[in-house]
Every structure is written in structure tokens, then in C-alpha cells.
Design a protein around this ligand. Structure first.
Ligand code: F6P
Length: 319
């Protein structure tokens, strides 16, 4: 039987991680479990930064962005001896199970721990929405709303100056933030892995807009694909649009989570505890067609994110 459960947050932080931490702690305490937190993600686990917590710890954190137990990236966790050290720390504290809140990288770390006999449950939280075993990750809709808020503001100034604005958004290997933002903003263009740049098509469209004296154009670009400053000067030369670039960067990861993300966090967190109470096993929880689901961890890490082809067509049709 599982008696003691520890929780950590790992990888890039995401709004809603605190709400999820709260849900796990409260659901665990409700089930009579001893609850622990690990500070500083997997790095803190290796170093044994583990502390028992009670309900007071979760007071007023549901609305807070970031993660109060902090996060870290630890590439060294790929080494088996580092994983073994982490597993040993958990056994020193007599912890029976570990919940990891994070993205793909976190789940790989959890999987490695499960191979050392640790019972682990993963909860998907990353603004990128790039986890294969879930339709949606905690933090995605908050980041999307943040992007929309920024683009709305940019539209004001872009329109006043009749400019073309290139806006770079996050999403390391996944264009969901870019595509959903383009759809939500009615952007004139989107460039991401799933919707690659076709220079001539873009230039033709912008030239036409310029000729029709349209007030401005918004192009959303996923990070790490191209140099947006280079593209901006090409657009200026090819289309005559005065062009500016904006990189939204890490501000997309901050801010208070939306009600949707808080509720998703509560649903996923309570399922994680449910698994550990009813049928302890190493699982990854997620949401599919608005139902909370869970998968064996080895199956889950192999799942590929379903790229949103329908969404791409919709964007093209409405542009
Ligand atoms: O995984 C979330 C994310 O925000 C990605 O979109 C981005 O590429 C990356 O993290 C940046 O990570 P860091 O803040 O560690 O540089």
C-alpha cells in the first residue's frame, strides 16, 4: 500500500502547476496519505530536497503562475547512476510513490525512475501542448490567452503605422501555440512545423493587401524555425510593408492560470492520486475527448502528438 507520496515539478514551468500541486496534495491528504514536495525538480530529487507538507502549504496558490516548489532542467538525468541516486533518496525518505508534473522530458525521467522500482505518475504540464498522451497540457490555454493579449495590443500600434508585424511564439517542436493563436487572432499568416513558410504565397498575399491599402498584417511564427528579422527585411523589400518583429519569449510562461487550466489541473491531479490509492502503478494521466484517461508509462512516452491538420485547413480557409 502507498502511504507516502512526493510531488515535483520539472522542465519549463507552466501556469497551473501550482493548481495541480494543490490538487494532488489535497486529494492525497483526503485519502489519508502523507504528502511531500520535492524542490527544484529532478535536480532537487537527486539532492534530497524533500519536505513533508500539510494543507496550509496549498493556501492561496491555485491562482499563482510559476511553481512554488520551483523547477529545473537536468540533462544528467539521462545517466543511470544519477537516476539510481534519485531512487535512493526516495527510499531514504521512505516515499512510496512520486508524482511528476511536467512535459515529455519529465516523463522520460519518471520512466527511468520506474525502471529502478519507483512507482511514478506523470501529469502533463507545459505551455507547448506537445505531449502525445493527452489532447491538452496544463498551461497551454493560459499561454495562448497571453499571446492573444499581446497580439491584440500589437494590432493597435501595427494598424496605426500600417505595418506588418511578425510575432514569434514558443513551442519548441510543436506549432499548437502558433496555430491556435493565428486562428484566435485571425492572423494573416502562420509559420510553424505543421504549416511551413511558402515565401511566394506569403509575399503575394501581402502585396495584394498593400495594394488594397489594408491597415496592417499579423504573421505568427513558431520559435526555432527561421530568423524572423531576416524574414522581416525580405517582406519589407518584396511587399513594401514597413515590417517589425516581436519575440514574446518567456512572458508566455508567466501569469495566473485560466479557470480552464485550474480545473484541468484539479481533474488530472485527483486522478493521479486515485491511481496511487486504488491500483498503484506507473502511469501517465491525460485528457482525451474531455475524459480523464491514464496509460502505462512505457506506452505513453511512445505516443506522438496528434498534429492538428483540421486546424490548419480552418486557418487557411479563414485567412
Ligand atoms: O517547454 C516549454 C518551453 O517554454 C519551450 O516553448 C521553449 O522552447 C523552452 O521551454 C525554453 O526553455 P528555457 O526557459 O529553459 O530556455
Amino acid at each position: 500500500m502507498i502511504r507516502k507520496i512526493a510531488i515535483l515539478t520539472s522542465g519549463g514551468d507552466a501556469p497551473g502547476m501550482n493548481a495541480c500541486l494543490r490538487a494532488c496534495i489535497r486529494a492525497g491528504l483526503y485519502q489519508g496519505k502523507e504528502m511531500y514536495v520535492v524542490y527544484d525538480g529532478l535536480r532537487g530529487l537527486v539532492e534530497g530536497e524533500i519536505q513533508q507538507v500539510n494543507k496550509d502549504f496549498t493556501q492561496d496558490i491555485i491562482n499563482r503562475g510559476g511553481t512554488i516548489i520551483r523547477s529545473a532542467r537536468l540533462p544528467e538525468f539521462k545517466q543511470d547512476e544519477v537516476v539510481a541516486q534519485a531512487a535512493e533518496k526516495l527510499s531514504d525518505f521512505e516515499i512510496d510513490a512520486l508524482i511528476g508534473i511536467g512535459g515529455d522530458g519529465t516523463f522520460k525521467g519518471l520512466q527511468a525512475l520506474s525502471r529502478h522500482g519507483v512507482t511514478v505518475v506523470g501529469i502533463p504540464a507545459t505551455i507547448d501542448n506537445d505531449v502525445g498522451s493527452t489532447d491538452e497540457t496544463i498551461g497551454f490555454t493560459t499561454a495562448l490567452n497571453t499571446i492573444c493579449d499581446c497580439v491584440d495590443k500589437l494590432k493597435d500600434t501595427s494598424g496605426s503605422h500600417q505595418r506588418c508585424s511578425l510575432i514569434e511564439v514558443m513551442g519548441r517542436e510543436c506549432g499548437d501555440l502558433a496555430m491556435f493563436a493565428a486562428l484566435a487572432e485571425g492572423a494573416e499568416g502562420v509559420i510553424c512545423i505543421e504549416h511551413p513558410l511558402k515565401e511566394e504565397v506569403l509575399f503575394k498575399k501581402l502585396r495584394k493587401m498593400k495594394a488594397q491599402n489594408k491597415s496592417h498584417a499579423i504573421i505568427i511564427v513558431s520559435e526555432n524555425l527561421l530568423d524572423i528579422n531576416e524574414l522581416a527585411s525580405k517582406i519589407a523589400t518584396e511587399t513594401g510593408f514597413d515590417t517589425r518583429t516581436e519575440v514574446l519569449g518567456r512572458l508566455q510562461r508567466g501569469g495566473s492560470p485560466t479557470a480552464h487550466d485550474r480545473i484541468l489541473a484539479a481533474r488530472l491531479g485527483s486522478r493521479a492520486i486515485d491511481i496511487l490509492v486504488k491500483q498503484p502503478a506507473s502511469r501517465i494521466v491525460g485528457v482525451k475527448n474531455n475524459e480523464i484517461v491514464d496509460y502505462d508509462i512505457n506506452e505513453a512516452v511512445e505516443m506522438k502528438h496528434r498534429h492538428t491538420h483540421g486546424l490548419r485547413d480552418l486557418i487557411d480557409m479563414l485567412q
